[in-house]
Design a binder for this molecule. Structure first.
Ligand code: MG
Length: 351
């Protein structure tokens, strides 16, 4: 197996602003793994909230590419037809610490290994996961923070997307929700990105509830399940946590403190861990959402293959950029995810 990686800068259509940051581009890394005449593709987005940046992700993947050339035998189990899922799991477990500690890099490799295995078996990933593509959910489309008239314009531009996710956490959130509701009656999800205290969250959520909110994402900073429980008990709107959860180990304390969790491949280290998280969350009575960062169709399509297994999808990163290098998951006229039926991820390079 040969692995190569290259930087790929994604250009955003609009500056993307959330409660704590704003950005015009995303410095992602694409990785390819070639084995047995097939090529798997993966993508990493540096998750800055959890201390990763472009340099660390690029270095980890670069390290992997060199490390792999000295350990070609590790890829051999991927050649066998049976038990390829455990071959992926073993390969991920055997990654050196320089790579394993950077979850964005692990996520990219996990995606590329899955793509390779799907192609080897001649099956789309959703089939390997036992998912029914007819059950893929509608994805929300995110409206970043901006002056209200600009947010209203973005809502008008998002005409083809039936479900909107509104970023808040500004000190003028009521004004934002009033402005959005003045121009649309679509279902709204709201993401505060950890911006509020417990008291502010209770007050702010109660204030915006009359606008008809499907759920609120991450009202308070992570690490405070008791605070989260207080917010949840004081409001009628379901609470989904995002920044509070990276991987499986974070889930048990959230049972009863939140209504659901937002899983992202770049937080948890890929599809293998995401599947474990879905199972664990379900067993604890938590709803599951699949989210993303600013990612191309590579990572978004990977997550989309899991989407029939979850309740909510927020897989719109590739819709926010102007230079997507691939075609993969598509949307039907109702915003529902259409999963590729080609083997593996099912990506096609764009001309
Ligand atoms: Mg979020």
């Amino acid at each position: 197996m040969i692995a190569t990686c290259r930087d790929y800068e994604l250009t955003l259509r609009h500056t993307f602003r959330i409660a704590r940051s704003a950005t015009d581009l995303a410095e992602n890394v694409l990785v390819t793994v070639e084995h047995g005449g097939l090529t798997g593709i993966g993508e990493a987005h540096p998750n800055d909230y959890h201390g990763e940046d472009h340099h660390r992700v690029h270095s980890a993947l670069d390290f992997f590419c060199h490390w792999l050339s000295a350990h070609p035998e590790l890829a051999e189990p991927l050649q066998s037809i049976s038990n390829q899922q455990s071959a992926i799991s073993n390969l991920l477990n055997s990654l050196p610490p320089e790579v394993k500690s950077i979850l964005g890099a692990v996520g990219a490799l996990d995606i590329a290994f899955h793509d390779l295995v799907g192609q080897r078996l001649g099956k789309p990933l959703w089939e390997l996961f036992g998912a029914d593509p007819a059950k893929a959910p509608v994805t929300s489309f995110t409206i970043g923070i901006a002056p209200v008239p600009v947010m209203q314009e973005k809502v008008r531009e998002a005409e083809r997307y039936p479900l909107l996710k509104i970023k808040v956490g500004t000190g003028r959130d009521l004004e934002i929700l009033e402005g959005i509701r003045a121009v649309t009656d679509k279902p709204l999800r709201v993401d505060a990105n950890a911006a509020w205290t417990v008291e502010e969250a209770i007050r702010n959520i109660r204030a915006i509830e009359p606008f008809g909110i499907e759920f609120i994402e991450q009202p308070i900073p992570p690490g405070d399940p008791d605070g989260l429980r207080r917010v949840r008990q004081a409001v009628a709107t379901p609470i989904i946590v995002d920044e509070s959860v990276t991987a499986s180990g974070d889930i048990p304390p959230l049972a009863g403190a939140a209504d659901g969790i937002n899983i992202k491949l770049m937080k948890c280290g890929g599809l293998h861990e995401a599947r474990r998280m879905i199972e664990l969350a379900r067993s604890l009575g938590l709803k599951v959402m699949l989210g993303c960062f600013i990612e191309s169709s590579v990572a978004i399509t990977a997550a989309a293959h899991l989407s029939p297994l979850v309740d909510y999808a927020d897989l719109d990163g590739h819709l926010l950029i102007t230079n997507d290098p691939y075609d993969g998951v598509a949307l039907d006229p109702h915003g529902r995810l259409i999963l590729p039926h080609r083997p593996g991820l099912g990506l096609l390079p764009r001309a």
